[in-house]
Design a protein around this ligand. Structure first.
Ligand code: MLT
Length: 253
C-alpha cells in the first residue's frame, strides 16, 4: 500500500517525487488552490513500506508508472496533470508512453529526457554497492549539496536532509537500478500534445537549464520557466515562484 496525500478539489495533479525524496518534497505546493493534489510516496520512500517487489525481480520506470496509473484508478481519477521532479519526470515519461490519454497536462521540474550515459550508469551501480554496505546516509551526504543553492537557509537544508533520510535502502537500490536502465525519452517529446510546463532552477547542477531548453524545443507548444536562485529542487527552494508559474499554467489547462 502506498502512502498518499490526497487534498483539495479541482483538476487533479499527480505529483511524482524525485530521488531520494518522498511526497513531502512537494509540501509547499499544497498552497496552490483549486486543484486536487495527489502526492504518493513511491515504494520504499517516505512512509510507503515495504519497498517494491515485482515477480521478475527487476524494477523499471514502467513499474513505477504502472503503480501511479493504478493509484489513479483506485482514486477514481481518469485524467490528471502529471507532474514530476527529476526521477519523477522519468516516471511521467513512462506514464505518457503507457497511457497517453490519461495525461491532461504535464509539468516537468528539474528533469531531463535522456537516458544515463555509460559513466552515469556505472555511478548508479557503485551507489547500489555503497547503499548495501553503509545504508542511505552516504547517498544523502553526497547529493544534498547539489540540491539547494549555498544561499538556502539552514532550516530548509535540515528539512531536506530529513526528507531524504526517510528513504529505505531497498527503495533507494530499486530506484537506482530503474534509473540506470531507463530508456531515452527523446522520441516521445514531439508526440506530447498536452499543455506542458517545464520548470528549472537556474543553478541546477544535476539537470541544468540546457536540459530543459532542449526539452522545451522538442515538446510542441511547451512553456519553459527558469527559477532564479534555485538549484535542483526548485519547487522546494523557491516555492512561491514555482507555485505562481504552476497556478498560471493550471488556469490554462
Ligand atoms: C532526482 O532528483 O530524482 C535524481 O537526482 C535524478 C537522477 O539522479 O538522475
Amino acid at each position: 500500500m502506498l502512502n498518499v496525500t490526497d487534498l483539495g478539489e479541482g483538476t487533479p495533479i499527480l505529483w511524482v517525487h524525485g530521488f531520494p525524496f518522498a511526497s513531502s518534497i512537494y509540501e509547499n505546493q499544497l498552497a496552490i488552490r483549486s486543484v486536487r493534489h495527489v502526492m504518493p510516496d513511491l515504494p520504499g520512500f517516505g512512509q510507503s513500506r515495504p519497498p517494491i517487489a515485482e515477480t521478475s525481480g527487476t524494477v523499471s520506470m514502467d513499474t513505477y508508472a504502472r503503480l501511479m496509473l493504478d493509484l489513479l484508478d483506485h482514486r477514481g481519477i481518469d485524467r490528471a496533470i502529471f507532474a514530476g521532479l527529476s526521477m519523477g519526470g522519468y516516471i511521467c515519461f513512462a506514464m505518457a508512453r503507457l497511457a497517453p490519454k490519461r495525461m491532461r497536462g504535464l509539468i516537468l521540474l528539474d528533469t531531463r529526457e535522456t537516458a544515463d550515459t555509460e559513466e552515469g550508469r556505472k555511478g548508479r551501480y557503485d551507489s547500489i554497492e555503497k547503499v548495501k554496505q553503509a545504508g542511505v546516509k552516504p547517498i544523502v551526504d553526497s547529493m544534498l549539496p547539489k540540491m539547494l543553492t549555498p544561499r538556502a537557509p539552514r532550516e530548509m537544508r535540515d528539512r531536506l536532509r530529513e526528507i531524504m533520510s526517510s528513504a529505505s535502502p531497498d527503495g533507494v537500490i530499486a530506484a537506482l537500478g530503474a534509473m540506470a536502465t531507463r530508456p531515452d525519452s527523446s522520441p516521445l517529446l514531439p508526440e506530447i500534445h498536452v499543455p506542458t510546463l517545464i520548470l528549472v532552477g537556474e543553478q541546477d547542477p544535476i539537470t541544468p537549464p540546457t536540459d530543459s531548453e532542449r526539452m522545451a524545443a522538442a515538446i510542441p507548444g511547451s512553456q519553459l520557466v527558469r527559477i532564479p536562485g534555485a538549484a535542483h529542487v526548485s519547487n522546494f527552494e523557491k516555492s512561491s515562484e514555482v507555485n505562481r508559474a504552476v497556478a498560471t499554467f493550471i488556469a490554462k489547462v
